[in-house]
Design a protein around this ligand. Sequence first.
Ligand SMILES: [Zn+2]
Length: 162
Amino acid sequence: MSQIARLLSANEGYAAARANVTDRRPGRSMAVLTCMDARIDVFAVLGLHLGEALVIRNAGGRVTDDVLRSLALSSHVLGVDTVVVMQHTKCGLAGVTDAELRELTGADLEFFPIDDHAAALREDIELLATLAYLEPLKVIAGLVYDVESGELDDVIRWQRPS
Ligand SMILES: [Zn+2]
């Protein structure tokens, strides 16, 4: 069976049995930014259920322009006041450079490689905390998920001064 046919077949069973969430605003007013890595089951890792959180994923779980676009909408349209930025161990963006990734891919892009998780989280969270249009955000947490143990490292916490 082709990859796509397998997906469509699986959906036949899903559609009838699925939980139906009508509110597009996440029930826990939360967005999670994390890596696209196939080993991270975001909802299971954080004990979240369908409808409770927005999930934004990209390579590395870094704050890129497109993440800012999503968070602007999350915070102003979808009621999000809490953001979790979750990087992870054994990430493909860790320990590499932009130059290496440009060479590897042939793409002249900014890849947001991670030299040090704490430093990268601090940089990304500082950006989120200081952008005027993200003023609705009240709490931002920076976590690192260990893909081997399944445990979370609670690295950075930011709260908007009241
Ligand atoms: Zn990753």
